[in-house]
Design a protein around this ligand. Structure first.
Ligand SMILES: C[S@@+](CC[C@H](N)C(=O)[O-])C[C@H]1O[C@@H](n2cnc3c(N)ncnc32)[C@H](O)[C@@H]1O
Length: 174
């Protein structure tokens, strides 16, 4: 999700990326949106694989001047599809970093499920880490979603899971 209150999209993106810096190796971005996290990650990553479900969002990105690197940077590979299904087809241990910036829990519960977190754990390299946007930790809904996500990420195998309130999310290490 993009934060809009008291923060602009660039600052929001930089905080997400800073949570798992340095960005190295292959990066998986599970929810392309307008491509801001994918584009920022591509500045230092070897490759970014980014997945978007909604063709309408991709059309908006095509028209958005700040999304153009998505279509022109050869380090960025876009996949259209459902991350829940696409991630199951990716190789074990093939990414150094994962950016998981899904819609809210109420809109995309399967992207916060233990089964999906197990898949993210599987495709992450040992020594790699995942940034997961969840929402304002001080709000009732996102505070509850954060607690559940922390538990399910640990159950999925992540050795350490750390709250990142400044980035409205958590970071999980393998
Ligand atoms: C919050 S936005 C991502 C923002 C992105 N990180 C950026 O910097 O622009 C979430 C995106 O996930 C997409 N989405 C929702 N469900 C999805 C799914 N199951 N698989 C892939 N993308 C999905 C939505 O269409 C939306 O574009």
């Amino acid at each position: 999700m993009h934060r809009i209150k008291d923060i602009d999209p660039m600052q929001d993106t930089l905080r997400k990326i800073a949570a798992i810096s340095p960005i190295v190796g292959r990066v998986l971005d599970t929810a392309t949106g307008l491509g801001y996290t994918a584009i920022e990650a591509s500045k230092t990553a070897a490759e970014v694989v980014t997945i978007e479900l909604d063709p309408g969002v991709q059309e908006i990105a095509r028209l958005n001047p700040w999304s153009q690197a998505l279509f022109h940077n050869p380090k960025i590979h876009q996949i259209m599809g459902d991350s829940y299904e696409v991630v199951q087809t990716l190789e074990d241990g093939s990414f150094s970093r994962i950016i998981h910036d899904p819609p809210t829990f109420s809109l995309a519960g399967e992207l916060y499920s233990g089964a999906f977190y197990q898949q993210l754990f599987r495709v992450l390299k040992r020594g790699g880490c995942l940034y997961h946007y969840i929402g304002d930790p001080n709000s009732k809904a996102s505070g509850g979603a954060t607690k559940g996500a922390l538990r399910r990420l640990q159950e999925a195998g992540f050795t350490r899971v750390v709250r990142k309130p400044e980035a409205y999310g958590v970071v999980a290490y393998k």
